[in-house]
Structure formats: C-alpha cells, structure tokens
Ligand binder design. Sequence first.
Ligand SMILES: [Fe+2]
Ligand SMILES: [Fe+2]
Length: 189
Amino acid sequence: MTPMEVLRAEHRLIERGLDVLEALAGRVARNMSLAPEPPRQIHAFLRDFADGIHHAKEEQELFPSLLDHGAERQGGLVQMMLAEHADGRAYVREIGETVTLGLTSDESRERFVVAARAYADMLRHHIVKEDQALWPLAERLLPAEAMAELDRRFTAHAESNAAARAQWERVIDRLIAELFRTPRTAAAG
Ligand SMILES: [Fe+2]
Ligand SMILES: [Fe+2]
C-alpha cells in the first residue's frame, strides 16, 4: 500500500470507531443502561489508535514533508488539520474524564454525549478533508523521492504497530457486533 492508501485504510477503521462512539452516545442520551467496558474501550481506541498512532503519524511524518514541499502555499490545509487534531485531543480528554467518572450522574452523562457527538462530527469532516483534498494534494506536491521516504517510514510504523492495529480491529469488530446486532426474527413456518 502507498502511504496515502495506508492513511485511507486507517480512516475506515476510525470511522467504524466513530459509529460505535455515536451509538454509545445515543444510548446514554436515551438513559439506557450501559456496561462500563464499551465506553472505556472506545475511549482507549480514540486515544491510542486514532490519536496515538494515526494522527501522530500524520503529524510526525506526512505534514512536515508536505510543508517542506510548499503545502503552506495551498490554502493552509495542513495548519487546519493540526488545529483539528488539537481540538480532537480536548474532546477525547473530556470523553475520558466522563468515562472515568462512570457515566453515573446526569452531569457526566450529558458531558459524555456532548463531547462524543461533537468529536464524531468534527472528525468525520476532518477525514473527508484529508481523503478528498489533502491526500490528492500530497500526491501532487511530493516528489517521488519524498514519497519513497514516506513509504519507508510508514513501513517502519506498520511493523512496530502491527499487533496494536490487529488488536484494535478486533475490539472494534466486537463492539460493532454487540451494539448493532439485529434481533433475530422467528423463522416463518
Ligand atoms: Fe488528521
Ligand atoms: Fe487522518
């Protein structure tokens, strides 16, 4: 996979995580009972995979290369992405605090719902901007040698993060299966 294909694939996993986050927010908003594990797990996924692996790789590897090759003259998209990563960290901290409080009081439940919905909405738009504008810009701006260097660095990340990535895919698969399983209907006849 090219570096851009790697980032796109990670976006698809993050979007599935956001599906889980929004489903949990919907349940909390409707005062449904909730086991403590799913909110803890989705918070850990957002902190350790979406931010700790994906955003960190964008910030440490891709964005500096883009800025080195003139991206700041293309409408400030990299600066916008950095600002949105920072906003996202504040939302994830807020989600983490409310999850630690146990989502037992009206106040912590309300804070969780507001932060979860705002984060999911912001990050979905952020992902669209990267997929539709920033990655095509990177493919235009970066010369072959810079793209090859990025490829080497992404391969090193992939090797060190392979186990974590596989573990997060299993966690998200399981949460989606739990939250979105359709009730079995009685067989006709
Ligand atoms: Fe990003
Ligand atoms: Fe991204």
